[in-house]
Structure formats: C-alpha cells, structure tokens
Design a protein around this ligand. Structure first.
Ligand SMILES: Cc1cc2nc3c(=O)[nH]c(=O)nc-3n(C[C@H](O)[C@H](O)[C@H](O)COP(=O)(O)O)c2cc1C
Ligand code: SF4
Length: 385
C-alpha cells in the first residue's frame, strides 16, 4: 500500500524523497513582511513532517499590494530573514525540497493595501499602467533570484487563484497594450519572467514551476473559451502547460478556482467535497497531454485534504495510474504538519475535518491555522467571535 506514496520522485534533476507535497498555505503572521517566530515554527514542523516537497506560503514580490495584513514580502531588505527560514528548515531536514511561492495580489489585495486591477479602474481599484506591469515583472525576477540566494530549492510562480498572474492569463484580459488581448500577450508575465530567471539563476538545478487554476469558474476566466464564456474549455490552459514545458520549466502545480469568489472549487468543504474530484480530472488531463507529447514537466495535484483519511488511498490510485507525480495537501498541513511521517510509521494522523475555520481566520485578517487541533488558533477564533 505504501510503495508509491513513499517512492522517490524527481523534479528537474533533483530527487524528491516521497510523493507528499505541502501546498502553499498563508499563515498571515509575518512581522514587517518577514517571517516571525510563529512563521518559523510552522516551517520547522513541516520539515519534521518529512513532506517530499514543501511550497512556502505566497510571498509578495511587492511591498504595496498584499492580500494579508501580516503577509510575507520577499525583497532584498528581508533577505536575511528568509535565509533564516531556510536554515530553520534545513536544520531539521536535508532531504525534502523547499520552494518559495512568489505572488502579486493584484485585484485580490486587501483593503489596507494598494488595490489595483489589470483591466478596469472602478471604485477603489486603480488601473495598472504598462510601466507598472514591467516593474512587477522585474520584481518577480528579482524575488526568484533572492529565493535562490536565500537557499530555497526553487520557486512556484503564482498564476492562480485570482491573483495578478491569473488575471493576466484570462481570456477576459482584453487590455489593448502588450499585456492583454492575444494569448501571447496574456502569457507575457510568465514567459518573460521565466526566461529572465532561467538566464540569471546561479544554478540550472534551481527549480522553476508555476501554479495554475485550470478552471476559475467565472465568466471569461482561466479555463474558458473566450472573454464572455463560462463553460469549461481547457484548450488554452493546456497551451499554457505546453508553454511552461517549452520554457524549460520543471513542474506545473495544478489547482482550480478563486478562493475569494469560487472558493468551493479551490478548497472543497464538507457539503461541496465532491468538487475535489474535478482536481483529479485536471491533473489527469495535464498528465495525459504531457505523456502524449513526450514532455518532461512534472505535475503536482491539489485539494487532497478534501478526502480526509481516504487521501492516501486516492493518492495511491492516482500515482499508480500515472495521473499525477506529487499530491498536494493544503489544509492538512495545518491540521497535522507531521502527516507523512506519522502515516509512514502508523501513528494516528489528525485529519482535517474541512470545517473552514482556518479560511475564516484568514478572511478576517487574523493569524490563521487549524482551529480544531491547535490551541493557539482555537483561542484566536474564540476571542474574535
Ligand atoms: C488558509 C489558507 C491559506 C492558503 N494560502 C495559499 C497560498 O498562500 N498560496 C496558494 O497557492 N494557495 C493557498 N491556499 C490554497 C491551498 O494551497 C490549497 O490549494 C487548498 O486549500 C485546497 O487544498 P486542500 O483541500 O488540500 O486544502 C490556501 C488555502 C487556505 C485554506
Ligand atoms: S481549521 Fe478546519 S479546515 Fe482548517 S485545517 Fe483545521 S480542520 Fe481543516
């Protein structure tokens, strides 16, 4: 039963010790954009949990467009603090890979932040200029190089969940300049960003990946066939996957939905738990394409917490059929950061119960974590009822 789950895999030319991936999960507990002691504890625990790979929570490449009031910012000023985070992780674990997820929050920036839009200025949303987009692209490149300098093994270029990267890719991005309209223009941030990072990175072993929402569930969103369409049509997202492979990237992290708008798709809850099966279909679709075209990009899946204690069996089935390379858990890393280690040794695992408590804390701009198994977050929830 355990053989596939704990078999080694590869991304780029790096070995990944097992198939459990800790997905990016914001804790909203930084201090001045740097990891706090609480943040460091989270990564220490994940290192102890022996996940095959750990993707950090979203790190903003911008100081001014943050989704969370205590969000983390990866810039030169904060570099030493991120070196500290990698050190904390490495002290416990030398085998697992650690990637930094890079983001710009765009339209999803918090009310306390500079709220911008790619396509319209309305209400409090300010239209981003072409020059600003060039600056943002350069910030992604700079942040990726800082991630490498800090000691991370790679990056996850965030193009999902309704943040700026996803706004860019959407068919409804009808900007008239070089950042919108044609498919080529809508991929410019990813394409030019990744090309520059590949050229400038110190080591070719530094891993490059990106997280996509294959289908966002909004009209004109990613995974539809046109600016006014709602029906799922993945052909263009498959083109993005091909582009990533052509760019020499190492993995695609497959997700779906926009947590703030179509959250049940991204992170199914008890009443919507069957939506998780769409994630299995999405990764299978991407793997089928990659296999058919003999492409080497690796695939990380999402939303495995939704299966609770049945997750390892579903992982096993997906891995054995060749429908995914690594299985990503979001909420489960909060519920029990030691999951892979415990599962391997037969210790009881605290399975996420899909109560949405952590999401509610995050939406309220509070420190967020598991309100079922962790006393600190129980108390945060209680004192803010
Ligand atoms: C509290 C919370 C914070 C999250 N933070 C991030 C993030 O920083 N970056 C990201 O790509 N996804 C983020 N997600 C989405 C998760 O990575 C994951 O895709 C989602 O929870 C579904 O997976 P699961 O069923 O395993 O939880 C977050 C989700 C939650 C609930
Ligand atoms: S708070 Fe609820 S949804 Fe979040 S990790 Fe804990 S059990 Fe899962």
């Amino acid at each position: 039963m355990m053989s596939s789950l704990f078999s080694a895999g590869t991304i780029g030319d790096r070995t990944v010790p097992n198939r459990f991936a800790a997905q990016a999960m914001e804790g909203n507990d930084g201090e001045g954009g740097k990891p706090s002691e609480r943040t460091l504890d989270r990564y220490r625990n994940l290192a102890r949990g022996a996940w095959g790979l750990v993707i950090s929570e979203a790190l903003s490449v911008s100081e001014t467009s943050l989704a969370r009031v205590n969000g983390l910012i990866l810039n030169r000023k904060n570099l030493d603090a991120f070196k500290g985070l990698v050190e904390v992780f490495r002290r416990e674990n030398q085998d697992s890979l650690l990637f930094f997820q890079l983001t710009h929050s765009g339209e999803r920036s918090g009310a306390f932040s500079d709220r911008t839009s790619l396509t319209k200025s309305s209400g409090e949303l300010r239209l981003l200029s072409g020059d600003e987009l060039e600056t943002i692209k350069n910030s992604f490149i700079e942040a990726a190089l800082l991630a490498e300098e800090a000691g991370a093994d790679g990056i996850d270029f965030k193009m999902c969940h309704g943040y700026l990267g996803a706004e860019m890719l959407r068919p409804s991005n009808r900007r008239q300049d070089k950042w919108g309209g044609s498919f080529e223009n809508r991929c410019r941030l990813l394409r030019e960003g990744v090309e520059a990072i590949r050229q400038k990175r110190r080591s070719p072993r530094f891993i490059l990946g990106s997280r996509l929402s294959l289908y966002e569930g909004i009209r004109g969103g990613c995974g539809t066939g046109g600016p006014d369409e709602i029906i799922e049509d993945l052909s263009e997202m498959y083109e993005v996957v091909r582009l990533m492979d052509n760019l020499g990237m190492d993995y695609v992290n497959v997700s779906a939905g926009i947590p703030a708008l179509t959250g049940a798709i991204t992170r199914p809850t008890e009443p919507s738990k069957y939506l998780a099966y769409h994630h299995l279909r999405y990764t299978k679709g991407v793997k089928d394409l990659l296999r058919r075209e003999n492409r080497g990009l690796k695939v990380i899946g999402s939303a495995y917490s939704s299966y609770k204690a049945e997750a390892p069996a579903i992982m096993q089935e997906m891995l054995d059929k060749g429908y995914v390379d690594f299985c990503g858990f979001g909420r489960q890393i909060f519920a029990d950061p030691l999951t892979p280690k415990k599962y391997r040794t037969g210790e009881p695992v605290n399975w996420c119960v899909l109560c949405s408590g952590c999401s509610r804390l995050m939406a309220a701009q509070l420190n967020d974590g598991c309100v079922v198994y962790n006393d600190y977050y129980k108390s945060v929830m209680k004192s803010n009822r």
